[in-house]
Every structure is written in C-alpha cells, then in structure tokens.
Design a protein around this ligand. Structure first.
Ligand SMILES: [Zn+2]
Length: 256
C-alpha cells in the first residue's frame, strides 16, 4: 500500500494502524558503531542496514522499517578509537524487546536486516525466543542474500571488513564519506590453520573462531580496498534491494 514514508519513525500512530489493517511485515535494521579502517565511517554497518532496508521497503510497499538498533557486538574492534561495543546478551535482549513490542501491535513477520557479522549469534538467540514466545516469524539477513555476486565479483578471498566489498558499497551509497587517499592494501596476518578462514567469500571446511582485529591488521581493514569500485557497489546494492524486496513480498503473502 502507498505510504507517505515506509520508515516507522516518520509515521503517526494512525498511519501505522492503517498499515497494519492490510500488512504485517516489518524490518528491523541492526548495525554497529565500530572502526571501518582509516577510510570508511564508523557508522557504516548501521547506515547501510537502514539504507538497504528502506530502499527494499519502498520497492515492496508491503513492509515498514523500524528505527535502527545502532550499537552492536564489536569487542574485536575495541583497539581502535571510536568503537563502542555492547555485550551479546544486551543486544539479544534489546532485539527481543524491540521485536516483542512490534509483535504486540500485530507485526507478525519480521526481518532483522543486520549489517554486522558480530551481531549474528545474539540475533539468532533473540529470534528463537521471539518464535517460542510469540509465534511471530523472524528472519535474519547478514549479507546473505547475494552470495552469487560476492563469489563472482569480489576478488579478495579473505575480504571481511572495510575491504573490497564494503568500500565498494560505500562508494555507491555515500561516496563523499570515503576518504580515497587513505585507501591502501593492509598487511594481513591470518592464523596458520587452513580451517580458520575469514571473509564473506570463504566456503569449504572451516571452524568459527574469535579474534582481535588488531592482531590480523594494523589498520583495521581486513580485505583489499584497492580493488573496490563504485560500479561493484552499485551492482551489489541493486541485487540486494531486489532480493530483500522480494523476500518482503513473499513474507507479506505468507499466511500468519
Ligand atoms: Zn561493516
């Protein structure tokens, strides 16, 4: 349905009531406040999660976007100034209570659009509790809608943070905030085991492991931002918006 805005924060309660008479889908963006190397803004994950959510909701016209959860689990970046971290159980409880409030108003299907990998375990725990306590449907997307793009277009195998992918996507949605003269390939020290892989692209046999970013990279960049381009970012966003909008449309049709 046509709305003045698909951002909950810009609507009035009668607008939300009217929307809920027809639809029951909502996106909750989740971000972080953490270093993104010397060349990208600290709020990259939060900004991107909201930006993508709103573009997709505007396209699908059957879902609203809640205000962003702006802080996340970023303890591994705490060696870099500006980073703020909250404990996993705090994020879990916050996500749970936000979702619980929304379900109370009859949003029955929800997507946590998550911009930061470190948040995923806490969001999964919250999602399980919401499902048990309310029977609402909860999905989580952490850059998981475009694996084909990443496989084909991202060249750096260990690209994980402020590297080729995130520098490309920021060039495409907030170019003025990329400090281009600081884009450099960092020296990366990865652990020796072939099972301790890192990055958006790495598949195959692997274990999950905890690390401090500073021990892997002096600059906080994990990946190679010199391989980034605005064009790659635009392709990634176009596909991500299409697929998230498609997911929202399918959720809208799904019986609750
Ligand atoms: Zn990020």
């Amino acid at each position: 349905m046509k709305m003045r805005s698909y951002y909950l924060g810009e609507l009035t309660w009668p607008d939300v009531k009217e929307f809920l008479a027809v639809h029951d889908v909502i996106v909750v963006p989740v971000g972080s406040c953490e270093q993104h190397g010397p060349h990208l803004p600290i709020d990259t994950d939060a900004y991107d999660a909201f930006w993508l959510s709103l573009k997709a909701a505007e396209k699908a016209k059957c879902a609203l976007v809640a205000p962003t959860i702006y802080y996340g689990v970023s303890s591994h970046h705490m060696d870099f100034p500006g980073t703020v971290t909250i404990s996993p159980h705090i994020l879990e409880q916050l996500a749970y209570e936000v979702a619980h409030s929304l379900v109370k108003h009859d949003f029955k299907k929800m997507v946590f659009e998550n911009g930061h990998g470190g948040n995923t375990p806490a969001l999964q725990s919250a999602a399980q509790r919401i499902m048990m306590d309310t029977e609402a449907f909860v999905a989580i997307d952490t850059v998981s809608l475009i694996p084909d793009f990443i496989e084909k277009s991202i060249q750096t195998s260990y690209d994980a943070h402020a590297g080729e992918f995130e520098t490309s996507t920021t060039l495409a949605n907030r170019e003025d905030f990329v400090i281009k003269e600081r884009i450099k390939k960092p020296k990366i020290t990865l652990p020796k085991s072939k099972y301790t892989k890192i990055g958006l692209k790495e598949s195959g046999p692997k274990v999950s492991w905890s690390f401090r970013t500073k021990e892997i990279s002096e600059t906080g960049v994990i990946g190679d931002p010199t391989k980034a381009s605005k064009k790659k970012g635009e392709t990634a966003w176009k596909l991500a918006i299409e697929r998230l909008a498609d997911l929202l449309t399918e959720l809208d049709r799904m019986k609750s």
